[in-house]
Design a protein around this ligand. Structure first.
Ligand code: B12
Ligand code: SAM
Ligand code: SF4
Length: 456
C-alpha cells in the first residue's frame, strides 16, 4: 500500500473487561501489528484500558485514520458478552467491517456469528498469516472465501474456509510490536515476552491444548538465541528490567525444552543482566538444579498448575502428574525462595466430599512442608470452567448438563451436598473479599516487581 495521509489502515482493539484492572501488553495484537506492518499495512493498536473504552472515541479514531478493517481480540471467554455489546456500538457508529480472533472465538465461531451480525469475519487459529492476507484481499476487492483460516458471511449465510496450519518455525515471525509497552511499564514495571506456543500437556479443561493441537504441532519453542536477542532489545530500547514470560508452559518437553530453558538462563548470566522474570510451568518440570540456575538468572515467580490434592481428580483432569510431584515441586520452589501462585481447581462437576477433604488436607500439608512464606493464597471457590473447545465442555454438553450458551454458561455439581458447600463458600468468600477491599487490603499475596518483595 502506498503511504500517504490517505492510506487506509487497520485498527486492532484490546477490549476492556471490568475484571482486569491492571494494564498488560496484548502480545497477540503485537504480533499481528508487526506482521501487518511488515506487509505494508498501516496499523494502530487501541488498548481500551489505556486509551479509552468509549465507542465514540474509537469511532473518531476510525474516521481520522481511514480505518478499513477493525480487528478485535477476545482473550477471555467470560469477557465475551461485555465485548460483544461494545462491538455492537462500534459497528453502529462506524459501519466498518469487523474481524474477531482469539482462542475462544475460534471454537465458538458459528455461535458468535449467528448471534452477532456485527461480526463480518472470525479468524481461526493464529492470525499472523491470515490477517494480512484478509486485509490485502479486501483492499484489492478479491475473493475472501479463498483466504484459509476464516469464517465469514455472505448475506445471511455463514461460510468457513479450510484451517490454515500454524507457522511452524517461530523464529521466522517478527517480534511483536510494542506500542503499549511504555505505558504498561510505567504502571506495572514489567514487560511481557513469549518464548513458545502451545503445551505438551493434555488437560481436559484447558483450551490451550485444544487450540494449538488443532493447527499444527502441540508445542513450538523459539530458539534461546532469538529469545535472548528480544530480551536485549527490550532492555536497550525500553529499559525493561522485569519480564513476564507469557508462555502457558515455559519449560516444555523433557529433552529439548529443558536444554533450552538452561540455555536461556546461562545466556542471561553470561551477559551479566540484572533482571527479574516470571514463568508458568507444570509441576513435573520443576527440578532442583534447573530451577536453582533459573533463580540465579532472575526467576522470582512461578505460576504452577497444581490443580488438586486428590490423585483421582488429577487423573480425571488428565494432568499426567501425581500429588507427590505437586508437593515436591512446591518444596523445591519454596526452598529456592521463588514465589509460587498455584493454579488450583477446588471444584469440578463431579467433585465428591472426600475429594474436597483431600484438597484441604493437601493444602495444610503444603503449608507445613513449604513454610508458606513464598506461596500465594489458593482461591477456595475455584471451579472448572467449561471453556469452548475443551473436553470438559464437550462432556457436559453430551451429558446435557451444560446450561446457557458459551457467552453465559453454568452447570450444577452432581452431588447436591457439594453443590451446597460450593454456594455457601462462594457467599463467605465474597463477603471476606468485600471486607478486604474496604480495608484496602490486597486479595492475594503478590510478587512486587518494583521492590522484588512479596506484597501482603
Ligand atoms: C499471559 C496470559 C494472561 C495475562 C495477560 C493476558 C494476555 N493476553 O497477554 C494475564 C495475567 C492478564 C491473564 C489473566 C487471566 N487469564 Co490468561 N492467559 C495468558 C496466556 C498464558 C498467554 C496469552 C498470550 O500471550 N498469548 C500469545 C498470543 C500470541 O496469542 P493470542 O493472544 O491468543 O493471539 C493469537 C491468536 O489467538 C489470534 N488472535 C487473537 N486475537 C486476535 C484478534 C484478531 C483480530 C485476529 C485476526 C486474530 C487474533 O492471533 C494471535 C497471534 O497468533 C494464555 C494462554 C495462551 N497461550 O494463549 C492464557 C489465557 C488466555 N488466560 C486464560 C484465563 C482463564 C485467564 C484468567 C481469566 C484466569 C483467572 N481465573 O484469573 C485471568 C484474567 C482475569 C483476571 N481476573 O485476572 C485462559 C482463557 C481461556 C478462555 N478460553 O477463555 C487462557 C487461554 C489460559 C488457559 N489455560 O485456558 N492471562
Ligand atoms: C497455563 S496453566 C498453568 C501452568 C502449566 N501449564 C500447568 O498447567 O501446570 C493455566 C492454569 O489455569 C487454570 N485453568 C485453565 N483452564 C481452566 C478452566 N477451564 N477452568 C478452571 N481453571 C482453569 C488451571 O489452574 C491451569 O493450571
Ligand atoms: S499443562 Fe497447563 S497449559 Fe498444558 S494443557 Fe495442562 S493446563 Fe493447559
Amino acid at each position: 500500500m502506498p503511504s500517504s495521509k490517505h492510506t487506509q489502515s487497520v485498527l486492532l482493539i484490546n477490549p476492556y473487561w471490568r475484571q482486569l484492572t491492571e494494564p498488560y501488553e496484548h502480545l497477540g495484537l503485537g504480533y499481528l501489528a508487526a506482521c501487518l506492518r511488515q506487509s505494508g499495512v498501516k496499523t494502530i493498536i487501541w488498548d481500551m484500558l489505556l486509551m479509552g473504552d468509549k465507542a465514540e472515541q474509537i469511532a473518531a479514531k476510525v474516521q481520522q485514520e481511514r480505518v478499513a478493517l477493525i480487528g478485535v481480540s477476545i482473550t477471555f471467554q467470560q469477557s465475551a458478552k461485555e465485548i460483544m455489546a461494545k462491538i455492537r456500538q462500534i459497528k453502529r457508529l462506524t459501519q466498518v467491517p469487523i474481524v474477531v480472533g482469539g482462542i475462544y472465538p475460534t471454537f465458538a465461531a458459528q455461535e458468535l456469528m449467528t448471534l452477532y451480525p456485527e461480526i463480518d469475519f472470525i479468524v481461526k487459529g493464529e492470525g499472523e498469516e491470515t490477517l494480512p492476507e484478509l486485509v490485502h484481499t479486501l483492499l484489492a476487492g478479491g475473493d475472501v472465501k479463498k483466504v484459509p483460516g476464516l469464517f465469514g458471511r455472505t448475506g445471511s449465510a455463514i461460510w468457513e474456509s479450510p484451517d490454515r496450519p500454524s507457522v511452524d518455525n517461530l523464529d521466522k515471525l517478527p517480534w511483536p510490536a510494542r506500542d503499549t509497552l511504555p505505558q504498561v511499564l510505567e504502571k506495572t514495571g514489567c514487560a511481557s515476552i513469549l518464548s513458545s506456543r502451545g503445551c505438551y500437556g493434555r488437560c481436559t479443561f484447558c483450551s490451550v491444548d485444544a487450540f494449538f493441537s488443532r493447527f499444527g504441532r502441540k508445542m513450538r519453542l523459539r530458539s534461546a538465541g532469538d529469545v535472548l536477542a528480544e530480551m536485549e532489545y527490550l532492555q536497550k530500547t525500553y529499559g525493561v528490567k522485569n519480564f513476564a514470560f507469557n508462555d502457558a508452559e515455559f519449560i516444555g518437553s523433557k529433552g529439548r525444552g529443558k536444554a533450552r530453558a538452561r540455555e536461556i538462563a546461562e545466556g542471561i548470566l553470561a551477559r551479566g543482566w540484572q533482571i527479574q522474570f516470571s514463568i508458568q510451568c507444570r509441576v513435573n518440570d520443576v527440578e532442583e538444579e534447573l530451577f536453582a540456575l533459573l533463580k540465579r538468572a532472575g526467576l522470582r515467580k512461578v505460576f504452577l498448575g497444581v490443580e488438586s490434592g486428590s490423585q483421582a481428580v488429577l487423573d480425571r483432569f488428565q494432568k499426567d502428574a501425581t500429588v507427590e510431584e505437586n508437593l515436591q515441586a512446591l518444596k523445591i520452589l519454596s526452598a529456592l525462595e521463588i514465589f509460587v501462585a498455584m493454579g488450583f481447581i477446588m471444584f469440578d462437576d463431579v467433585t465428591t466430599l472426600s475429594e474436597l477433604a483431600e484438597n484441604i488436607q493437601f493444602l495444610q500439608k503444603v503449608r507445613a512442608v513449604t513454610g508458606n512464606a513464598y506461596l500465594a493464597e489458593v482461591d477456595p471457590v475455584s471451579k472448572v470452567l467449561p471453556f469452548a473447545g475443551t473436553k470438559v465442555e464437550a462432556r457436559l454438553k453430551k451429558e446435557k448438563r451444560y446450561r446457557g450458551n458459551s457467552l453465559d454458561f453454568d452447570y450444577a455439581i452432581k452431588d447436591p451436598v457439594v453443590e451446597t458447600v460450593y454456594r455457601v463458600l462462594c457467599l463467605l468468600t465474597n463477603f471476606s473479599r468485600k471486607i478486604k477491599a474496604k480495608r484496602g487490603q490486597p486479595l492475594y499475596r503478590e510478587f512486587d516487581w518494583q521492590t522484588g518483595q512479596i506484597k501482603h
